[in-house]
Design a protein around this ligand. Structure first.
Ligand code: FES
Length: 87
């Protein structure tokens, strides 16, 4: 698992292996618009301020994946110990 910090709200949540970032944030009271929850629609796209996203979506191009500036939090995860999101 890994820690997610929401920069604007200061909310911090631990995301375990069996839960999505989207669901972990929702449980902590941070609601992010979403739809498919399968990494295909792009609704949950969230700006990344820190950490190294592990992209598992079908929305971003390879260049966008490499840039690591945005991610689909319904399916994508994190390679580093902490992810900082613009939420
Ligand atoms: Fe559709 Fe995340 S909700 S890509």
């Amino acid at each position: 698992g890994f820690e997610v910090t929401c920069k604007a709200s200061g909310t911090r949540v631990f995301v375990g292996p069996d839960v999505s970032v989207l669901d972990a944030l929702s449980d902590a009271g941070v609601q992010v618009p979403n739809s498919c929850q399968e990494g295909v629609c792009g609704t949950c796209e969230t700006k990344v301020l820190g950490g190294e996203p592990e992209h598992r979506d079908f929305v971003l191009s390879q260049a966008e994946r490499d840039a690591g500036e945005t991610m689909m939090i319904c399916v994508s995860r994190c390679r580093s110990a902490e992810l900082v999101l613009d939420l």
